[in-house]
Design a protein around this ligand. Sequence first.
Ligand code: HEC
Length: 192
Amino acid sequence: MGKFLLGIIVTLVALILVALGVATLGLFPTPANVEPSHLERHFAMGAVDASMDRHAPRLTNPLMPNDQNLIDGMKLYTMNCALCHGGLDRKPSTLGNSFYPPPPNLVSDPPDDPEWHIFYTIRTGVRYTGMPAWDKALTPPDMWKITMFLSHMDKLPPAVQQYWKTSFGTSPEPENKEGMKDLSHDHDKDHH
Ligand code: HEC
């Protein structure tokens, strides 16, 4: 039994030394302009989701999903998030392919998570990724408005759809469902 334990400890120490060696010798890759492997994405996203499920409080949105709040959310999204997550004009986002892991395009592929989950992601960010924590930059009501906009994107009331059309020159409804399907093929299906 003693030998067995010793074996485990020696193995652990050896693994730690190898990891330290890999790090100090500069063997860990740092470029962010490449795609994470499927395996890495799968495990990393699983870990992020599991951690959120454990830590995020199950809050309900304190604001009413009325036209004004949704339009405010749309504006706040455009000012703060579109750069990385894709604009409402549906043009490719400027920085969409410049992160490791890449930011999901939230306009072509709106999150289907519950609002408490989206709110928590916005408020606390995602460590070791390009996703900032917004709690110091935005007020809770503003973060709830963005959350509301994202979770209602496929069921926006007519006035909000009209605002989207006149402001961004595109329809909130994807014009070409086939095209959208093709786009989502590129997306990691294990994401959610
Ligand atoms: C500087 C770039 C950047 C900005 C600005 C940014 N994000 Fe992100 N965001 C990311 C990256 C990168 C990820 C991917 C993190 C990951 O894979 O875990 C991400 C992930 C997310 C996710 C998680 C998606 C999922 O699959 O669960 C949500 C939701 C999100 N961001 C919302 C927002 C909102 C809302 C804003 C604006 C308030 C915003 N982000 C601003 C880079 C950004």
